[in-house]
Design a protein around this ligand. Structure first.
Ligand SMILES: [Zn+2]
Length: 643
């Protein structure tokens, strides 16, 4: 058989060999550190896996392999060791399946015991695992083609049969004479897993199907060293702290109430303050770029979405229709057809184009309840939406102008971009995309030309386009490593056709406009989630819901003085909070720090007599005293500059 190695060199062997033996044929030193392999860029196997056919092999070693690959093997092996430990300590237990979540570094093992294992047993299981990781375990893998004679439990039998039917064999893993079927490879190298740290016990349906039995699921982290494990824990903790849901606990931006409904956010006073600031700024920018604000209803008839094609392409993401009188409605999942209605309201002329309608529009989408995540994924959302109608000769300049607007806005908010995604159709997918090759080729070519002109780095994604046209998405990452779209520009040749949109061209004939869908910062919900995560809740002064905390110290005089300062700041529309509770100064300062308020004023006898203000900034120990006028100037300047 011929084995192609990572450097494209080819080795020939006259009989089947294990991965480790192949490594040994290359170099003895390599054999020692090889723990598995990646076959044909796809299948991960352990080092005792017998290779029988021509293939491409990437050896996985403890030394120079990608951290993600090494981590995969350490975690799947830890899951296997955990399963073995459970069997040793709970005689009636039935091991089901093991999992590995790369984003969370987490492995888990599902099982069923006669009696539910309670959380308070975790320390016991942890102890037993610690003992095991210090012992010598004999682990072996063997290909099997028949599962009936192995005395496996129902779950393991199911996994074995599934593997046999899918690829002709299953891997039987034996740990100290105990048999298991795991869906991922288990390393046989001694002491690869140095430390396992259990995290939690939860429930999980067998095969993720709610009609099946509920199993228990044990979660954990594993490391090749204690150091590596601690590093993982640190990253996870950091991530937890920068999750917008934990930041929200301090900032009180939004709230969900089960009685109102899942995924329907309530904006609390601080949230509205933040949202309004963002909105005012965006509306100013849209004014500058010649957008025309419009407002359209939150529902539309079924016919509207039938013509637009959303009903057939988007049905699963919409709330079900409802009847009222003779009409049938749906909650609008997007505003495109509504904006088309505004365009169609009268005959347009070529002189009117581009026509840029913008609406910060409330819309509803029926996201599955399992996917709802704080503000990141919701069922009611306000989109910074726009539809621009252009002549063919205006596509290029308009696209550039939209991109500049988005770039400028994201820069103001200092949003960190992950990458740009240029999505084109998959010509093979005849079901998703409307069939008009000429139209598609033209649209994709025009968009790509603009991207090249703008000198942008982008990833080209085949098959990711919307059903009506190609698009550019500006992508970011959440604290939980979810990829999200912040802004989008989408070309659309289809909807103008479906709704028979026209304009009178310069020859007096009728021509068809092209529509561009633009999301400026996406939805307020997702954008604010991102903003909170990227700033860790330390919002700049112009955005902070409470900009200044005013703390009087001492008697009634200072409270009177504080109120006067507060009144003066209010005339400049500055958002303040007066802390006149009967608490110690240090307590109040700490409280303002917890709520991440940018400025704290401390006002006492000295300030009253000198007509001054003493302030300190968030996260700083330094106290600065200035005259009141100086302070007002300083604050207003910082807000104006959106620093
Ligand atoms: Zn649209």
């Amino acid at each position: 058989m011929k084995i192609t190695l990572l450097d494209e060199s080819i080795r020939e062997f006259d009989k089947p060999l294990s991965v480790k033996e192949i490594a040994g044929q290359i170099a003895t030193s390599l054999k020692k550190i090889t723990i598995g392999a990646l076959i044909n860029n796809q299948q991960k196997v352990a080092s005792d896996f017998i290779v029988e056919q021509d293939c491409k092999i990437e050896l996985i070693t403890t030394k120079d392999s990608k951290e993600s690959l090494l981590d995969f093997f350490v975690s799947t092996t830890a899951a296997a060791i955990t399963a073995y430990s459970l069997v040793q300590n709970f005689p009636d237990i039935k091991i089901a399946e093991e999992f590995y979540n790369q984003d969370e570094y987490e492995f888990s093992t599902t099982f069923l015991d006669k009696e539910t294992i309670k959380r308070d047993r975790l320390p016991f299981i942890q102890n037993k695992l610690d003992e095991l990781t210090n012992q010598r375990l004999v682990i072996q893998n063997k290909k099997i083609t028949v599962s009936s004679d192995l005395n496996l439990n129902t779950y393991q039998l199911h996994l074995a049969n599934k593997a046999i039917s899918e690829r002709g064999y299953a891997i039987l893993t034996t740990i100290n004479k105990e048999n298991f079927i795991f869906s991922e490879p288990v390393c046989v190298e001694e002491k690869l897993v140095k430390k396992i740290k259990l995290l939690d016990l939860s429930g999980s349906y067998w095969l993720n199907d709610a009609s099946n039995v509920m199993l228990q699921r044990l979660h954990g982290l594993a490391g090749v060293s204690l150091d590596q494990l601690e590093k993982k824990q640190l990253i996870l903790e950091e991530r937890r702290l920068s999750d917008h849901r934990s930041i929200n606990k301090q900032l009180e931006i939004f709230h969900f109430d089960q009685l109102i409904g899942q995924g329907l956010p309530i904006w609390l006073p601080n949230g509205v303050a933040l949202k309004e600031q963002i909105k005012t700024y965006l509306k100013e920018k849209e004014w500058e770029y010649d957008y025309v604000p419009i407002e359209t209803p939150v529902i539309g008839t079924l016919d509207l979405y039938r013509i637009s094609g959303h009903l057939s392409h988007y049905n699963e993401d919409m709330f079900q229709p409802f009847k009222a009188g003779n009409e049938e409605f749906i909650l609008k999942p997007m505003s495109c057809p509504h904006h088309i209605a505004v365009y169609r309201q009268k005959q347009r002329s070529y002189r009117e184009l581009p026509l840029r309608y913008s609406e910060h529009a409330l819309q509803h989408r029926y996201e599955s309840s399992g996917s709802l995540t704080g503000l990141e994924r919701v069922r009611a959302m306000e989109l910074t939406d726009s539809h621009i109608f252009v002549r063919p000769d205006q596509i290029e300049s308009e696209f550039k102008s939209i991109y500049r607007l988005i770039e400028e806005v994201l820069k103001t908010f200092k949003i960190k971009i992950d990458y740009l995604s240029f999505s084109v159709r998959d010509p093979e997918d005849k079901e998703k995309y409307f069939q008009d090759d000429q139209m598609w080729n033209k649209a994709e070519a025009e968009l790509e030309k603009v991207l090249k002109d703008l000198n942008l780095n982008y990833k080209k994604m085949v098959g990711e386009a919307a059903f009506y046209g190609p698009k550019l998405d500006i992508q970011a990452k959440t604290a939980q490593s979810h990829e999200i779209t912040i802004a989008t520009i989408q070309l659309d040749f289809l909807l103008p056709q479906k709704f028979d949109l026209t304009y009178v061209d310069d020859n007096g004939g009728l021509s068809r406009p092209i529509m561009i869908h633009r999301g400026l910062i996406g939805t307020y919900e997702r954008f604010i989630a991102t903003l909170l995560e990227q700033t860790k809740g330390n919002l700049p002064l112009w955005l902070a819901p409470i900009q200044i905390e005013i703390i009087p110290v001492g008697d009634e005089e200072s409270e009177k003085y504080a109120k006067r300062i507060q009144k003066n700041l209010k005339t400049d529309y500055i958002r303040t909070h007066l802390d006149n509770r009967d608490e110690r100064l240090s307590y109040k300062i700490r409280d303002a720090q917890i709520h991440k308020i940018p400025y704290q004023l401390v006002l006492g006898k000295k300030e009253i007599s000198d007509n001054t203000i003493t302030y300190r900034k968030y996260n700083s120990e330094e106290q600065i005293t200035v005259s009141c006028d100086e302070f007002y100037l300083l604050i207003n300047q910082e807000i104006k500059e959106k620093m």
